[in-house]
Design a protein around this ligand. Structure first.
Ligand SMILES: Nc1ncnc2c1ncn2[C@@H]1O[C@H](COP(=O)(O)OP(=O)(O)O)[C@@H](O)[C@H]1O
Ligand SMILES: [Mg+2]
Length: 354
């Protein structure tokens, strides 16, 4: 699967922009010119959301009242036209068309499998747990429609259950009304936890080998899923914790409270590793993510490398460059010297200017 071209209308600082992609496409230009905006447009089609904002309105070019992103893809000999459109009004709901026909947004997931590596990706190691949950959720949503639907449903359940907890605290509802939402929470929440654990298991099969290749050190790299509740004791745990939940008006157990750790030779990476080791760990994680998507979708994902070469030293740059040739890749950089010579030779180089 490849992306052939993108067209942006009123998207960020790209009022009307068209670009054709090669196997490797390098976007060069100074800071603030709009390189990441183009990557964001692709990522939005791939995952349904941006990694930079949760507000679609922000992505519409200032003073404009709609945005449109059109991506043309090729899978074997079948071409697809994916179009995402939203208008600036109170709701700004994204609308999707595939080959001219309206679809639910969820139909987008999996059509353009993509792996993003940007400076923000490095925050995965010591950033907030929500970042790590989102990392798993985005991979699973791209590969498993049921998971994506469950996730939407789970957030709805959480909202309703938290509302009810507040009502109970304010004596506007009774404890036994919780049972209905507890059952749903356990049912959907358990499915989410189990899928995430499966994914972690898959990633773990490859992480050590990838890490060894990148760092040159034979160390065991593993993710350890940290569940806030055991699936088999989910129902018991929440019924035992009800008073506290009512007191705090908040659901305290479930996948929305989970996290995972990076473990290198049985020690937690976030607490001891060097800057360089951090980068090797994340690079290994991205390699494992590529393998997973390929395994599930049956085609190599698009690799999006946004301004990441400047974050890496020579050895790690070389390693990253060596995996680029395996799948279609889009690279942004301010400085062409950061990109391996061999890559530069084969890539389509696009200079961005105002
Ligand atoms: N909604 C928007 N409308 C117009 N311009 C925007 C919008 N959002 C961001 N920008 C502009 O986009 C530019 C940043 O683009 P970006 O892709 O991050 O640059 P870089 O080339 O450094 O990756 C900034 O100049 C910013 O002002
Ligand atoms: Mg940028």
């Amino acid at each position: 699967m490849k992306i052939k071209s993108i067209k942006l209308v009123n998207f960020r600082n790209r009022g009307d922009y068209h670009l054709d992609f090669s196997d490797v496409t390098i976007l060069i230009g100074p800071n603030g010119i709009g390189k990441t905006n183009i990557v964001e447009g692709i990522y939005l089609i791939a995952t349904g959301r941006s990694w930079r904002t949760s507000r679609d309105l922000e992505m519409t070019e200032w003073q404009k009242d709609f945005s449109r992103i059109t991506l043309t893809t090729q899978f074997d000999d079948k071409a697809n036209i994916l179009e995402l459109f939203w208008q600036i009004n109170e709701k700004a709901i994204k609308q999707l068309k595939i080959n001219g026909t309206k679809h639910r947004l969820i139909d987008l997931l999996g059509t353009v499998p993509a792996v993003l590596f940007s400076p923000e990706t490095l925050d995965l190691l010591n950033g907030a747990p929500a970042l790590r949950r989102r990392f798993l959720d985005i991979i699973l949503s791209q590969t498993d429609r049921r998971y994506a639907l469950n996730l939407l449903e789970y957030h709805k359940i959480l909202r309703e259950r938290n509302k009810l907890l507040a009502h109970i605290k304010n004596k506007k509802a009774k404890f036994d009304e919780l049972e209905f939402w507890d059952n749903k929470l356990v049912e959907i929440g358990s499915q989410i936890i189990l899928k995430r654990q499966e994914l972690v298991k898959f990633l773990n099969k490859n992480l050590s080998e990838d890490y060894a290749k990148i760092s040159g050190k034979k160390q065991k790299l593993n993710l350890k899923y940290k569940a806030s509740v055991l699936v088999e004791r989910f129902a018991d745990t929440i019924s035992a914790g009800r008073e506290r939940e009512v007191e705090q008006q908040s659901t305290l157990y479930g996948p929305h409270r989970d996290d995972f750790l990076f473990i290198l030779d049985s020690r937690e990476v976030a607490t001891f590793a060097s800057r360089g080791e951090f980068r090797s760990v994340i690079l290994a994680l991205k390699c494992a993510e590529i393998l997973y998507l390929e395994h599930k979708v049956g085609t190599k994902p698009i690799l999006l490398l946004d301004d990441i070469f400047s974050e890496l030293d020579a050895d790690r740059r070389k390693h990253l460059a060596s995996i680029v040739s395996d799948q279609q890749t889009i690279i942004t950089t301010t400085d062409i010297d950061h990109i391996e010579k061999n890559l530069r030779k084969t890539a389509k180089i696009v200079e961005l200017n105002l």
